[in-house]
Design a protein. Sequence first.
Length: 502
Amino acid sequence: MAVDEVDQVEHVDRIDHNEAPVLDALVRYRESKELSFTPPGHKQARGADPRVREVLGDAVFYGDLLASGGLDDRRTTGRVLERAEALMADAVRAEHTFFSTCGSSLSVKAAMLSVAGPHEKLLVGRDAHKSVVSGLILSGVRPVWADPCWDDELHLAHPPSAAEFERGFAEHPDAMGALVTSPTPYGSCADLPAIAEVCHRRGRPLIVDEAWGAHLPFHPELPSWAMDAGADVCVTSIHKMGSGLEQGSVFHLRGGLVDPAVLASRADLLGTTSPSVLLYAGMDGWRRQMALDGHRLMSRALDLAAEARAAIEDIEGLHVNDRDDFCGPGLAAGFDPLPVVIDVRGLGTTGYRAADWLREHHRIDAHLADHRRISAQITHADDAATTGALVEALRALAGQARRLRPAPVIDVPPSGDLRLEQACLPRDAFFGPTEAVPVDEAAGRVAAEMLTPYPPGIPAVLPGERLTDPVLRYLRTGVAGGMHLPDAMDPTLRSVRVRPED
């Protein structure tokens, strides 16, 4: 992404959301019968293995071409991507928008690096996704952790409060800004206007990891989205709740606290020089779809979610978490109803076993599973048939629950025991000398790796944190009960990678 693209809106003569610049350019490319002597080597499907073409279809290969020197000319004078980004910005009321084909995992790193540099401080919610922690490791930014609002009864973390960020700035006035995750994968939302006020009173920017909130700008009954709430930079995954392809991500910018040229250069530093036009096309088409018809589509999704929630709540042994469960003093400030979070504790089993049973017996894939919950996200793509199949599968699950008992005991500690001491920077622990020790000998040692139940991907242990018996017991019993730890050196957790002792 070139720095001179940041003034994108100035180069758009008119805003017409019937346009889809990337898709339109793909049509022109096909109709012109251009002959390419450039990558990609399959050359519009001609060289692709026929067996691959049979599975994927030729349309995938037709849309796979160079962004410059293919979709656009070598100097991008057609401003195809720039116009698509400007239309996206207008659709969601941002001042600047940048497309990324490396997922929000990259976008959030670019946003962090546009606010803080090596050894500078950044206030970060401790419920951040592992991609944020990866950004801290790569950059050397010094995190100042903002504790989430922890519900000890439900064993669930909600976004940190504005008061928690106020405390963080009071103790660390040299912090360069703040980062908060909202909505969480469970649908709970932060008080973004209040957190933005805390930041802006000090002239500091607020970054919102809103990967799960692509749909929020398009319906007034949904929680306020980050740009409307006063955030400076917002990262959104188009593929999670939108119609984009996997890895399609955008970051939006408003206000004057983050220089758009700096943000563009940080994204250029991290991003690929071979962006996928297919992903650009998916984001471009989704913007057009939502700009023209988003309110109707989201109204239907909200109605479907409400009906599904009511039907699931009537199933014995199941409880659908709602606003009353998640919101209130000391909890979340807002609630997105489209992630239908189902507590299965009343069935005497775990979310892990319930999710596995639904996939095996009904070909239903739950979004996430934990020690007591599963989640089924409803989007604008669903209809009465899909939600009906979900409800019927859950009824069958309740009828067969005795087969999933007794539930394995997963020892989730209280919130006070979950919070670990940050003994050194994540970067120093990750890249420094390490050794593997048996998990029974790891308490008191400083972790040199992330240990992340996935999904949703929020690390229980970060590099540089001092391990404790309660957290290790939680992870050991979790793995025994079905938890997945994909980033651990030893996913079975027989051993843990730690820093050598002095």
